[in-house]
Design a protein around this ligand. Sequence first.
Ligand code: SUG
Length: 452
Amino acid sequence: MTTIEANFDGLVGPTHNYAGLSKGNKASIHHAGNLANPRQAALQGLEKMKALSELGFVQGVLAPQERPDIATLRRLGFTGSDSRILSDAAQQMPAVLAACCSASSMWTANAATVSPSADCADGKVHFTPANLINKFHRSIEHDVTGNILKATFNSPDHFVHHQALPSTEYFGDEGAANHTRFCHEYGAQGVEFFVYGKEAFNQRSGFGRHSLSPQKYPARQSLEASQAVARLHQLDPDKVVFAQQNPAVIDQGVFHNDVIAVGNRNLLFCHEQSFVGQGAVYESLRRSCGPQGLHIVEVADQQVSVGQAVGTYLFNSQLLSLENGGTMIVVPSECEHEPAVWSYLQSILNDASCPITDLKVFDLRQSMNNGGGPACLRLRVVLNDQELAATNQQCLIDSQRFLTLSRWVKKHYRDQLSEKDLADPLLLTESRTALDELTRILNLGSIYPFQH
Ligand code: SUG
């Protein structure tokens, strides 16, 4: 039996726009109000999926959400026809309308936390959709995310789908963006590494320990949420490590751990300022990994500063195992344009002792301008042969599916979208028509509220 790591990228939805919704995410705030190009955004994402599939990696795609989210606007008291709801919301609460139009589900690293069957006591793959409670526009994703995951991984013999954690800051959960798995081989039991930004309970004064809390930007993930996911997934406590993210880097724009650290198999690639008590974190990881060991590539601030890491998303890279035993790093083109980062990347490629042997660069500018790099765009799902066979095959990318999806994007997507377009009733119709067709292409059934 072979076991592989598949990457399921989020397909960018037709309402991709720049609304400046994510405090603490510098790119999102910086590009607020810019004109977006949803068509280009979706095609840039598909190009990455196609390229990785052509290199022999198993590549999947996850459908976007229904946006504008009329059901949420109705929940908030807007009434009447859909176009009336859009115009009233645009007039009375434009920020809420923008939130209900965000294409933020493209960043599927935040869709869920996934544990491979080799790690879970019942021998099944476990999924917990992230409640994303820290940002309103993301907190309205998890119900439909659950539908999408169930339609993509649709066999109860192999897959367990949990409900998202309770929707409260106490259990703030951002999914796989704060979760990494270390293993020798994908099919062997691994060590699951959960990184949180705050502790919600058992504190003497209020919410979180003051001295270890970020001062400027929010910590999105709570320790208690990570612990709950580890329990739900039936992980072996000896094979789980929890670490706190360094609050000082959250305040510099590291809103998820995957902006400063990434791992694959027995490799951890991170900045020296990633975690509270970094040395002790390494020790716990090494202890849990056991004799098979852990290779840590730590980047010093002198080599690449936290600011440069946030500006280029060096660590929001994908590390992919090559058949020849090497590791390929997939980075966004912003890394090429920052001399310190680019020369660092050249130096590791030339260093025979570094396990990172190959490099691939992608233009993901449309997503990057909202703070989403290559690693944000993908959800990793480790699957053995049977699990892969039980996965919805229409959601796997090959050259034919790439062509079908590219044609679908070109047929339905606009090449310009600004905030004022969000209230356009035609955008709603276009979006629903596109998504209805997509659910047939991907064989998903009825996953959206408008289809019920
Ligand atoms: O949650 N941006 C997303 C980016 C998520 C990146 N994901 C990972 N690091 N895994 C967020 O902050 C911006 C939307 C806007 O401003 O229009 C946004 O939601």
